[in-house]
Design a protein around this ligand. Structure first.
Ligand code: PLP
Length: 393
């Protein structure tokens, strides 16, 4: 059996050696606090500013509009909760979607309990929102539109530029959770009309526990974390210097390799999709066929139970996922798969394979073979499958 094949890059990625190399000195020799005036502090300050420029460049932003945080979750919380505080004169209505990551979804649910009103837009069978429905949902008291750039479970990429245009023309803040898109597909905060954008280090081969919120100049959201005057008074807390240096390096590498990686990874993706759909009967691709992340494969296998499938392919050395890492462990089917209209039992029989540029063709072939075997084995034990074959179901 080959070594474990890691196909869960949407949950987290391996830190690249060059990222670790860039971080190491800031854990060992240059352990200063960037707020200190001495040389240790100054060195660290310079390193953080370099990282700020590195991540800003990937999204066409002014480095001054980048605020480092502890990750995607904090950035999402900051954008939503602080928008509510900042715009309380205007209203308390937020528009988002039914397929957001839990970091946005649960924050919206929290805000509803605080008296906000939230519209959760439907998506179509491919996972796309409808721009007409978005326009119809806008009210005089709408303060924010928050739509994820690309979905972490099914990979669908939303028409962000058009959404941003609608938001801008109506004077509404536009936030996007771009954690799955940043460093993977091109983003331009100006052309995409983005006011606020969340990103994370560990989804792009950087370290965990670091991310940033892009906040367009003039969009003055109050701080979410209070304390010291770090990050120009907007985000308190001693800067995570090694983490920040790490996300900066990871962003630089991601930008440099993006065209090659998109080609390579989407090639592997299409190979895996075609192989699985061809070799495994009663299987179906979830998410948009073309408007999807280069590394995302999400397939429903009828008449099998996803958790069993996941465990058995894991035993054969393939690490995949049944959906969002944050939801696994719970027995509820994925809210994303339900939102695209899958019935509960089919949503339960779905697997996500998320690839990176480190994967190979051989790994895709092996994965198809293993999934085929395991699905056959599970179906051979399934009374439902037997009924279906006998024409009963
Ligand atoms: C992983 C992820 C997050 C959370 O980011 P963390 O840095 O792990 O807090 C938020 N949104 C999406 C779409 C994600 O994939």
């Amino acid at each position: 059996m080959p070594k474990t094949i890691y196909l869960d890059n949407a949950a987290t990625t391996a830190v690249r050696p060059e990222v670790l190399d860039a971080m190491m000195p800031f854990l060992t020799e240059w352990y200063g606090n960037p707020s200190s005036v001495h040389e240790f502090g100054a060195l660290c300050n310079v390193a953080c500013d370099k990282a700020r420029a590195q991540v800003a460049k990937v999204i066409g932003a002014d480095p001054k509009d980048v605020y480092f945080t502890s990750g995607g979750t904090e950035s999402d919380n900051w954008a939503l909760k602080s928008a509510v505080l900042a715009k309380k004169e205007k209203g308390k209505h937020i528009i988002t979607t039914k397929i957001e990551h839990h970091a946005v979804m649960e924050t919206c649910e929290f805000l509803e309990r605080q008296g906000c009103e939230v519209t959760y837009l439907d998506v179509d069978a491919d996972g796309l929102i409808d721009l007409g429905a978005l326009k119809d949902a806008i009210r005089p008291d709408t303060i924010m539109i928050s739509v994820m750039y690309a979905n972490n479970e099914i990979g669908t990429v939303q028409p962000i530029r058009e959404i941003g245009e609608i938001a801008r023309s109506r004077g509404i803040l536009f936030h996007t959770d771009a954690v799955q898109a940043f460093g993977h597909i091109p983003i331009d905060v100006d052309k995409d009309n983005i006011d606020l954008m969340s990103a994370s280090g560990h989804k792009i081969h950087g370290p965990k526990g670091v991310g940033f919120l892009y906040m367009r100049k003039g969009v003055k959201l109050p701080p979410f974390m209070h304390g010291g005057h770090h990050e120009r008074g907007r985000r308190a807390g001693t800067l995570n210097v090694p983490g920040i240096v790490g996300i900066g390096k990871a962003a630089e590498v991601a930008e440099r390799e993006m065209p090659d990686n998109i080609k390579r990874v989407s090639g592997l993706r299409d190979m895996l999709i075609e192989g699985l759909l061809r070799e495994v009967p009663y299987s179906k691709l979830n998410g948009h066929p073309t408007k999807r992340l280069p590394g995302n494969v999400n397939i429903s296998f009828r008449y099998v139970e996803g958790e069993s499938l996941l465990m058995l392919v894991d035993e054969k050395g393939v690490s995949a996922s049944t959906g969002s890492a944050c939801a696994s462990g719970s027995l509820d089917p994925s809210h994303v798969l339900l939102a695209i209209g899958l019935p509960h039992e089919i949503a339960h029989g779905s697997l996500r394979f998320s690839l990176s540029e480190e994967n190979t063709k051989e790994e895709m072939e092996y994965t198809v073979k293993v999934v085929k075997e395991v699905v056959e084995r599970l179906r051979s034990m399934s009374p439902l499958y037997e009924d279906m074959l006998n024409g009963v179901a």
